[in-house]
Structure formats: C-alpha cells, structure tokens
Design a protein around this ligand. Sequence first.
Ligand code: C2E
Ligand code: SIN
Ligand code: SIN
Ligand code: FE
Length: 232
Amino acid sequence: MIEEMSATFQELTAMNEELENSYKEIERVNDELESAYLDFSIKLSKVAEGYDENTGNHIDRVGILSAFIAGKMGFSREMVYKIRHYAPLHDIGKIFVDRNILTKNGKLTEEEWEEMKKHTIYGARLIGDKPHFEVARNIALYHHENWDGSGYPYGLKGEEIPIEAAIVHLVDVYDALRSERPYKKAFTHEEAMKIIMEGDRRTKPKHFSPKVLEVFVRCEKTIKKLWKKIYQ
Ligand code: C2E
Ligand code: SIN
Ligand code: SIN
Ligand code: FE
C-alpha cells in the first residue's frame, strides 16, 4: 500500500514538474510575444510621429520621464513598468492622421485640428480594449485631457482622468516644448518650465494634475538632466 502510494506520489510529482515546465514555456513565449508586440508598436509609433526623424527619440523620452514621475509618486513596480513601456505608444493614433496635417509647417485650420484631435480615439481603437492593455489604452485615449475639463477628446475632469494619462500629459507637453516641431522651435528647460508653471496662450497650469505638477516641479533638476541625457 505504502509503496503504491509512493509510486503515485512520484508520478504526480513528475506530472507537476512537467506542468510547471510547460507553464514556464508558455510564460516565456508570452513574454516574447509581448516584447515583440511592444517592439512593433514602438516602431509604428515612430512612423506615426509625422514620419519625422527628429521626433523618433521623443517616443523614448516620454516613456523614461513618465516612468520617473510614476516612480516618484510611489506607484507599484508593475505600474511603473507599464507606464515605461506603454507611454511611448501615446501618439500611435497619429498613423491614421493625414501626413500633410501632421507635418504642416504652421497653424492648422479648424477642420485639420478636428482631425488631429482624433489621434487619441484612433490610438485607443488600435490598442483595443483587452484588460491587459488598459494602461496603454488609457494613455493613448486620455493624454490630452486637462485637469480643469478643457481637454479632449471627452473633456474629462480631475480624478476622472486616469493618473497614467495625467502623467504622460505633462511629460508630453514638456517634451514637445523642448523639441523642434514643424510648427515651432525648441525651448530651453527654463523656458519650458516657465510655460508649464505660469502658462501661456495654449497651456495653463490648471491643465495638469496638481499632484503630477508638484512632483514634476520638485524634481525639475533631475528631469532637466534626464532629458539631456536621453536627447539625441
Ligand atoms: P505635439 O507637437 O507632440 O504637442 C504635444 C502637446 O504639447 C500639445 O498638445 C500642446 O499641449 C503642447 N505644445 C506643443 N507645442 C507647444 C507650444 O509651442 N506652446 C505650448 N504652450 N504648448 C505646446 P496639443 O495642442 O493638443 O496638440 C496635439 C498635437 O497636434 C501636437 O503634438 C501636434 O502634432 C499637433 N499640432 C498642434 N498644433 C499644431 C500646429 O499649429 N501645427 C501643426 N502642424 N500641428 C499641430
Ligand atoms: C498578452 O496578454 O500578453 C497580450 C496578448 C493579447 O492580448 O494580444
Ligand atoms: C524629490 O524627490 O524630491 C526630487 C528629487 C529628484 O529631483 O529626483
Ligand atoms: Fe498626442
């Protein structure tokens, strides 16, 4: 009897090991798939950035700075990881926006602007609604929502805006200000901080989550250094 039980036990152990191994294999393939998916998405995002060489690096900067802010705000490692890897997809919807609009050298017409704003909705549609990609979707869909409700596409307000999108919103504006665009010159760190903290015609401090803004301003020296280090 004992012998029989012991044999069964050994058999079970072996089966369990086999299961564990195939589980590990599934996990490995899953990780590989996810990393291939991310890699592909990031390449697509670079294409989306107006097909413009100098914005390619923007994609990585937004991921790194957003993860830095999320870390300072005390989010879990998993959340910081997701923000690091999904923030770069924030503008992926721009691949559906007419190239002539994206690279226009000057102010957009009313009609062009309406189309431009849809990059948020196009991005969310592309990412889809699988729970696994909720953070990616939230960032793409809500990164132009303003804390005071004046943003797009929905005019969400305050805590209605997922925090990951609120972080990427501020980082995106900072990075856009620091960078040259077909329609603007690049600003220095000090000029960008002045616009963010005091506002200008287009950007107001009340557009940003007060918590995110507080961390951003508190850590501005590190942000300036980080940005410089990743800028190419
Ligand atoms: P983007 O160039 O990546 O800019 C991201 C965000 O940074 C902008 O979101 C805006 O909040 C901020 N930003 C960029 N440049 C400036 C600036 O010179 N001053 C201030 N105060 N803020 C700035 P926004 O406005 O929702 O625009 C979304 C996207 O629409 C932009 O992404 C860009 O691709 C496009 N866009 C916006 N305005 C123009 C324009 O005048 N001409 C063209 N061709 N595209 C534009
Ligand atoms: C995943 O869950 O790892 C992503 C696979 C997918 O939903 O497409
Ligand atoms: C802080 O955490 O208070 C800012 C320090 C930094 O710039 O990293
Ligand atoms: Fe955007």
